[in-house]
Design a protein around this ligand. Structure first.
Ligand code: HEC
Length: 305
C-alpha cells in the first residue's frame, strides 16, 4: 500500500495529532499512544516507508496497539540497525507484527531474549515443520561436547523458547493448521533432560532407566568395535504405556579435567575424598581414566498421541 501523503511529513515534523489519526484509521484504539510509539520507532529506524509497512502489518494483527508497543520495546533491546535490517523482507515484517499483535507471551519472550529474533527471521523458521530427524541433529549440536549440566540446561531453555516462538509464528501467520500447532505445543511441555551413568555418584539424579541402560551398553559395544565416544549419539521413538516418546542420548567421555573428582581414588586430593565420602557414601564414580565413558545426556520428549 502506498503511504498516505501526509505520512512522511507527519513523521518528519512530529505531528502527533496527524499520526494519531492515521493510527486510528489503521485500527489502533489508543491513537495518542500509537503516535508516541510511531515517533519513537521513527527516531530509531529513520525509514518512513518501513514504518508505514509496520503500521499496516500491525493493523492486520489481533491487537494493533499491542503490536506497535511491543515492536517499540523490542527495538530498544536490539543493536541500532538490526531490527530495520531484519524487517526489510516483507514477509518477515508482516509475520513479526502478526506475532506481536497476536501473542503477548511471544512478544515478552522476544523482548527478554532479543537474540532469538535474528535466527528466527534469517532462517525463516516459521516455514519449518520439524521432523524427528532434524531434532536429532539440532539436539546433538546443542549438547555439543559440553559436559557442564547447568550450561546445557540453560541452552535447552533457550532452545525451547526459540521453538515456542517458531510455533507461535507459524500459527499466527497462518503457516500451519490448528491440530498441527496444538500437537507441536504439547510436545514442548514435558521435556526432560538428565545426566545418567552406569556407575553413579548421585543415585537420585543419575540412575538410568531400562532404556537408558540399554543405550549405555550399546555405546560401550560401539566403542569396543572401534568407535569413539566423542559425538556418539542414539535416538529412537519409544512406545510406553503413557504414550510415545522421542528419546535421545549423547555419550559423555571423560576429559583430563574430570580426573580430579572421577579419577582413581589414590589420585584424588584428600579434601575431595573427604567430601565425596560425606556427601556420596555410595559413590561409584571414581576410578575412571581419560577417554572412558562416564555416562550420557538423556533427553526425553513426548510425541503427540
Ligand atoms: C569438582 C569435582 C568434579 C569434577 C571436576 C567433575 N565432576 Fe562430575 N560429578 C561431581 C559430583 C559431585 C557429581 C554428583 C552431582 C550431583 O549430586 O548432582 C558428579 C556427577 C557427574 C555425572 C552424573 C552422573 C552421576 O554419577 O551422578 C556425570 C555424567 C559427570 N559427573 C561427568 C563429569 C565429567 C564428564 C567431568 C569432566 C568434564 C566431571 N564430571 C568433572 C564432581 C565432579
Amino acid at each position: 500500500m502506498v503511504p498516505d501523503r501526509c505520512w512522511d511529513s507527519a513523521l518528519a515534523s512530529g505531528a502527533r495529532d496527524d499520526l494519531a489519526q492515521l493510527a486510528q484509521e489503521a485500527g489502533c484504539q489508543d491513537g495518542t499512544k500509537a503516535a508516541r510509539n510511531l515517533l519513537d520507532l521513527q527516531a530509531h529506524m529513520q525509514d518512513p516507508d518501513l514504518l508505514w509497512r509496520c503500521l499496516q502489518s500491525a493493523a492486520a494483527s489481533a491487537d494493533p496497539d499491542q503490536a506497535l508497543t511491543l515492536l517499540d520495546r523490542l527495538l530498544q533491546q536490539l543493536p541500532a540497525q538490526e531490527l530495520p535490517a531484519l524487517l526489510q523482507a516483507e514477509e518477515a515484517c508482516g509475520g513479526l507484527l502478526l506475532l506481536l499483535g497476536g501473542s503477548q507471551l511471544a512478544g515478552q519472550i522476544l523482548c527478554r531474549r532479543p537474540q532469538l529474533l535474528a535466527p528466527l527471521i534469517q532462517q525463516q523458521r516459521w516455514q519449518w515443520q520439524r521432523q524427528e530427524q532434524d531434532l536429532t541433529t539440532e539436539l546433538s549440536e546443542l549438547v555439543g561436547e559440553e559436559p557442564d549440566f547447568a550450561t546445557l540446561q540453560s541452552r535447552l531453555r533457550q532452545f525451547k523458547y526459540a521453538e515456542l516462538l517458531r510455533i507461535c509464528w507459524r500459527d499466527l501467520a497462518g503457516w500451519a493448521d490448528v491440530p498441527q500447532i496444538t500437537a507441536e505445543l504439547s510436545r514442548e511441555k514435558g521435556w526432560r533432560i538428565t545426566r545418567v551413568s552406569d556407575r553413579v555418584r548421585n543415585p537420585l539424579l543419575g540412575t538410568p532407566d531400562a532404556w537408558e541402560q540399554k543405550v549405555l551398553a550399546e555405546f560401550r559395544q560401539r566403542a569396543k568395535d572401534g568407535a569413539s565416544y566423542k559425538g556418539m549419539t542414539y535416538s529412537e521413538v519409544v512406545k510406553e504405556p503413557a504414550g510415545e516418546y522421542y528419546r535421545f542420548m549423547k555419550a559423555i567421555p571423560l576429559q583430563g579435567k574430570c580426573m580430579a573428582c572421577h579419577g582413581p581414588k589414590k589420585n584424588l586430593a584428600p579434601a575431595v575424598l573427604e567430601t565425596l565420602e560425606k556427601r556420596y557414601p555410595h559413590d561409584q564414580a571414581t576410578g575412571y581414566a581419560v577417554g572412558d565413558l562416564r555416562g550420557a545426556f538423556s533427553i526425553k520428549r513426548p510425541l503427540e498421541q
